[in-house]
Design a protein around this ligand. Structure first.
Ligand SMILES: [Zn+2]
Length: 263
């Protein structure tokens, strides 16, 4: 069984039936993140249709400023969720600096819940890596996946030392060279991460050509395999076993751990 540790499954919209068929035919467990209440509700509905959808509750940092009056309901919803994501901080695409404080307040709400229940977080930390890591430390967070990392090499070492997981997506493909700042230097991060701490993800469904989940994840696995000098099968298998290790002691996630163990 393959695992896509970060995708926005509800965004498949009119292609949702084909996407569900695709993950069942090919055996892909989807960690389906959400970015607001509406995408979380849609994802929860999808999880009723398929045991291969693991729904995560998150409010994306870029919409934090719209949610300052909703912190109580966010806390309640998070308390009952299986996993938390996509949450974090963003200083890469957030144009308005005054939004940073809102993002920190929102992230603290999620970190409090994660700390209380020892829950897994899926984090967006673009442009705010150092700040995000120090907040994780303040709340003694031990289980987190750093998604789509854009930070410095030094901080990668810190992430590795604290045993947090790094998830790699399509932005390491050659076609992203012109789009991603420091793309070439960033490639070495893929080779730095020990084999027990890396994961693969699509952040899908990606922009056109919109691919089905299995193919999108295979493309990432192939590219990461090429960069790490191994095979696509090896990358897929290591990533799945890393994800299983991350979730196996989490009682909220035993159903998903069993699916992975049996495959
Ligand atoms: Zn995402």
């Amino acid at each position: 069984m393959l695992v896509d540790v970060h995708n926005h499954f509800s965004y498949y919209q009119e292609d949702i039936d084909s996407a569900l068929k695709d993950i069942h035919e090919n055996g892909v467990l989807m960690v389906a993140v959400s970015t607001d209440f509406s995408s979380y509700n849609d994802t929860m509905e999808l999880a009723k249709r398929s045991e291969l959808i693991l729904p995560a509750f998150g409010i994306h940092p870029m919409v934090a400023h719209d949610h300052m009056d909703h912190l109580a309901i966010i806390r309640r919803t998070a308390n009952e969720a299986l996993m938390l994501g996509e949450v974090g901080l963003d200083r890469m695409w957030t144009k308005n600096d005054s939004h940073h404080t809102y993002q920190e307040t929102l992230l603290e709400t999620f970190l409090e819940v994660a700390q209380k229940h020892d829950m897994i977080l899926i984090l967006h930390v673009a442009g705010a890596e150092g700040k995000a890591l120090s907040m994780l430390e303040n709340f003694s967070i031990r289980k987190a996946i750093i998604h789509d990392y854009y930070g410095s090499i030094d901080l990668v070492e810190k992430i590795i030392d604290t045993n947090l997981y790094l998830a790699f997506d399509r932005s390491y493909l050659k076609s992203y060279e012109s789009e991603v700042k420091g793309w070439r230097e960033r490639l070495q991060i893929v080779t730095m991460v020990p084999e027990d701490l890396f994961l693969i993800e699509t952040d899908g469904p990606n922009k056109p050509p919109r691919r089905m989940p299995y193919e999108a994840l295979q493309i990432v696995a192939e590219r990461i395999a090429e960069l790490r000098g191994t095979t696509t099968e090896e990358i897929a298998a290591e990533s799945s076993s890393n994800f299983l290790r991350l979730i196996k002691d989490d009682t909220r996630l035993s159903k998903y751990a069993n699916i992975l163990k049996q495959s």
